[in-house]
Design a protein around this ligand. Structure first.
Ligand code: HH2
Length: 258
């Protein structure tokens, strides 16, 4: 899954793809490098983020989804808003990637069911504005697992076919560096739920911090690739990444040795 952030303020590439032309070019590039899925988002969820209106989010993402879906690419729309998801599905998106797992707008589940779309349900503790203020768990892996099982049951209850649901432990969403690495170490426990697992750890700050910079807000490519390989080995099915070519190469090597 290649990331296209149509935002001025995303943590690692804010402003680079805010114009539709630049975002579409980036999508074509990532697809050419081997992305099977392009994740288009118009609202940053970086720590401290306040969010944007549905109107602004739509203005950013809709032309990009229309053009990339129209060119035959498989698109996921990274949104928690039913209005944005509806327009993106109308424009040809196939999957709704909701970092709130239908908690922000519960009606989004019904929309996904009605359209026969796929969805990614992600774990987040709190909300982006405050999620990194001292997050605590007794056992992060079992709590994330229990949350994902509960959201999976809600989604199925709302009429979404189970085989269309993917789960994501939400690296960096209300988690310390230690929490993130515990989740990566024990990812097999999340995989054991039985649905494909999405891992989005590319460039995230925990990677920069484990390398020794306590103030890092991003992590380098080298660290992102190490994390991608670890996630793959532990059973992740979808890697949400900014650097597709390098990730495909790293995973090809990992696969050859598996
Ligand atoms: N991470 C981000 C956004 N959406 N979706 C899923 N399913 N999993 C993730 O880990 C995930 C996500 C944050 O990364 P990015 O989009 O690069 O940054 P920003 O939120 O600042 O736009």
């Amino acid at each position: 899954m290649g990331v296209i952030n149509v935002t001025p303020d995303s943590f690692s590439d804010g402003g680079l793809f805010l114009e539709a032309d630049a975002a579409v070019d980036q999508g074509e590039r990532l697809a050419g490098e081997g992305a099977d899925l392009l994740d288009v988002g118009g609202e940053s969820t970086r720590p401290g983020s306040e969010g944007v209106s549905a109107e602004e989010e739509l203005r950013r993402v809709l032309p990009v989804v229309e053009r990339l879906a129209g060119a035959g690419h498989r698109i996921s729309i990274d949104t928690a808003k039913a209005g944005v998801a509806r327009a993106a599905l109308d424009a040809g998106a196939a999957i709704v990637n909701d970092v709130t797992a239908f908690r922000r707008e519960p009606e989004l589940a019904g929309l996904v069911a009605e359209r026969g779309a796929g969805c990614v349900l992600m774990h987040m503790l709190g909300e982006p504005r405050t999620m990194q203020d001292d997050p605590r768990y007794d056992d992060v892996v079992s709590e994330v697992k229990a949350f994902l099982e509960e959201r999976l049951a809600v989604a199925v209850d709302q009429g979404i076919a189970e085989q269309r649901i993917l789960l994501d432990p939400g690296f960096g969403f209300g988690k310390t560096v230690e929490h993130n690495f515990e989740l990566l170490r024990r990812l097999d426990e999340i995989v054991a739920i039985g649905r494909p697992v999405v891992v989005g750890i590319s460039r995230k700050r925990s990677l920069g911090r484990i390398l020794g910079d306590p103030e890092a807000t991003t992590g380098p490519l080298s660290a992102s690739l190490a994390a991608a390989v670890m996630a793959y080995e532990r059973g992740a099915t979808v890697l949400r990444v900014h650097d597709v070519r390098e990730t495909v190469e790293a995973l090809t090597v990992a696969q050859a040795a598996l």
